[in-house]
Ligand binder design. Structure first.
Ligand code: PEP
Ligand code: MG
Length: 587
């Protein structure tokens, strides 16, 4: 039994599928003599395709972002064309009879060892470039994880060091029942995506890849943050029973999708969905969301082969608007940085504090053309939403000062002017900001005067308030939404928003955590946005308590001094309110 962090509730049993350093199965096959020539040709084809991609990227980025942004792909092309790089791969295929993918893995391991020994930070950074080239090459070969590519029996449990956003998107096509990762915490993107799909997940399990082999039977307990490798028959029986209960409960709760969310005393709540793409929007509709409360547009950029241009973005936003219930979509501008990086936006350079550095709106300000392109696409999509009698809202991430709000407003005016000059149809849309930096939470009264609505990003707000990285399992005991300090700050922000009569939503992961949800209702919050899979549970939970009960619970919690006291008290209250939902809570 291995312990980690419970990041997505539920229980799953399946066959382990281990993803090592790069996105291929560990390839132990040795080639027969007759296969060597074909394998060399396979590698050369992948190399040609990769070179073609890299050149296309340089051209597009130079036109759409800047010459400097494009330069990184010239570096990648030179790595790809490097004689030593290619000779090693060819040599291992011919002399050691390795497959091309195994040779790439070997090369990456070798380079990692060499680069780790150097004290030179610049050189260390180059390892990321080599890794990028290797991943790009390997995706042009056929062994990437895709439907039918594994001969493994039954539903799969993916086990990985950490999952890249593009990898998680690829997983959408396969019958994945659970996810286990060595890195990451409850708000890292792998966890967020697992929750949006309703897949049980455990993160931060040290060295799990050393203890599991592809094909092992594995249990993921996303309630208690536990992973069992090759459980004994008795454990297996018990967990299979729990898995069935979990699936039955989810099916049962999904039946309430068409009912409104109301508390036991009839207060109407609005539950919307956090989405990363069109597939999630469909899931949101199926789960009864009242629209999209947060579209993280960075996923469009992260999973795109290069940079999506204005028309591509417009088409994507329109698809999401069409699929979204009530055609209501809150579109957040690019929030790249922190744990989500793209090489063309300077992310080949390592920052010592990426979460506090050049991320999100700060990065957009330095690429005004990129931001303006996105704003134009969103404003045009706003007109489409209007045509469907829906609405687009524009949300800016990581706003820290009032000056930044004024600047984004000027950018929006500029985008409107450009569209008008180009004769394009667009709509003026409500402008809101994420409250996720403590400075914005503290100066909330000043912020409110400048915006149409706010959305509290508790994932970041908690990490910044507690000075504890949201992706670092070592400090996860601090990065807790139920910490007394966090509860005080949230209570105050929501109070100010209500006083100013400005709509306020909370779209961080705590909105979908049963214990936190009760407290948020107690604070007077009416709008929530969460992973689609969590909506039915939260809607059901809302019907089990009154607003007065929630206020009383909050009043008591505000007297408590430690996170553990709050957690224990809330677990107790939850058990009293809705005992049947305990399997869907995380510790
Ligand atoms: C947040 O910070 O709470 C949030 C919703 O945004 P993200 O998780 O994308 O940073
Ligand atoms: Mg955030």
């Amino acid at each position: 039994m291995r312990k980690g962090l419970a990041v997505s509730p539920g229980v799953a049993v399946g066959t382990a599928f281990c993803i090592h350093e790069i996105f291929v199965q560990p390839d132990k096959k040795r080639l027969a003599d007759s296969e060597v020539t074909a394998e060399l040709a396979r590698y050369e084809t992948a190399r040609d395709k990769t070179a073609h991609d890299l050149r296309a990227l340089q051209i597009k980025l130079e036109a759409q972002v800047s010459r400097e942004s494009a330069a990184i792909f010239a570096v990648h092309e030179s790595i790809l064309r490097d004689g030593a790089f290619t000779n090693k791969i060819r040599g291992w295929i011919v002399d050691e009879r390795l497959t091309a993918t195994a040779a790439l893995q070997k090369l990456l391991t070798e380079y990692t060892l060499i680069f780790e020994r150097t004290a030179d930070d610049y050189l260390k950074e180059r390892l990321n470039d080599v890794r990028d080239v290797v991943v790009r090459l390997s995706t042009h070969m056929s062994d990437v994880l895709k439907p039918g590519s594994t001969a493994l029996p039954g539903p799969l449990i993916v086990v990985a060091g950490e999952l890249l956003p593009s990898q998680v998107v690829a997983l959408g096509e396969i019958d994945v029942r659970g996810i286990v990762t060595q890195a990451g915490g409850p708000t890292s993107h792998a966890a967020i995506i697992a929750r949006s799909r309703g897949i049980p997940a455990v993160s931060g399990v040290p060295d799990i890849l050393q203890h599991v082999t592809t094909g092992d039977r594995i249990v993921v307990d996303g309630r208690n943050g536990v992973v069992l490798v090759n459980p004994d028959p008795e454990q297996l029986r018990a967990y299979l029973k729990l898995e069935r209960e979990f699936v039955d409960l989810k099916d049962h709760l999904a039946e309430n999708r068409d009912n409104p969310a109301v508390t036991a005393d009839g207060h109407r709540l609005h539950l919307r969905a956090n989405i990363n793409g069109v597939a999630d929007t469909k899931a949101a509709a199926a789960m009864g969301a009242e629209g999209v409360g947060l579209y993280r547009t960075e996923y469009l950029f992260l999973t795109h082969p290069d940079v999506p241009d204005e028309d591509e973005q417009y088409t994507n936003y329109c698809e999401i608007i069409a699929a979204s219930p009530q055609h209501l979509v809150t579109i957040r501008t690019l929030d790249i940085g922190g744990d989500k990086t793209v090489p063309y936006l300077g992310h080949n350079i390592r920052e010592s504090n990426p979460f506090m550095g050049w991320r999100s709106i700060r990065l957009s300000f330095e690429h005004p053309e990129l931001l303006l392109t996105q704003l134009r696409a969103i404003l045009r999509a706003g007109a489409e939403a209007k045509r469907l009698e829906g609405r687009v809202q524009l949300l800016f991430p990581m706003i820290t000062t009032v000056d930044e709000i004024r600047l984004v407003r000027r950018m929006v005016s500029k985008a409107c002017k450009q569209l008008r000059n180009d004769g394009k149809t667009f709509a003026r849309v409500p402008i809101g900001v994420m409250v996720e930096v403590p400075a914005a939470a503290i100066a909330i009264d000043a912020m409110l005067e400048e915006v149409d609505f706010v959305s509290i990003g508790s994932n970041d707000l908690v990490q910044y308030l507690m000075a504890a990285d949201r992706d670092n399992p070592k400090v996860s005991h601090l990065c807790q939404p139920l910490a007394p300090a966090v509860i005080r700050v949230l209570t105050r922000v929501i109070h100010h928003c209500r006083k100013a009569r400005k709509p306020v939503t909370l779209c961080g992961e705590m909105a979908g955590q049963p214990r936190a949800f009760v407290l948020l209702v107690g604070m007077g919050l009416l709008n929530f946005s969460m992973s689609p899979a969590l909506l039915p549970t939260i809607k059901d939970l809302a019907s089990h308590f009154t607003v007065q009960q929630a206020r009383d619970i909050l009043r008591h919690v505000l007297t408590l001094k430690t996170t553990d006291e709050v957690k224990t008290y809330m677990a107790d209250q939850l058990h009293k309110i809705a005992p049947s939902l305990a399997i869907l809570d995380t510790v």
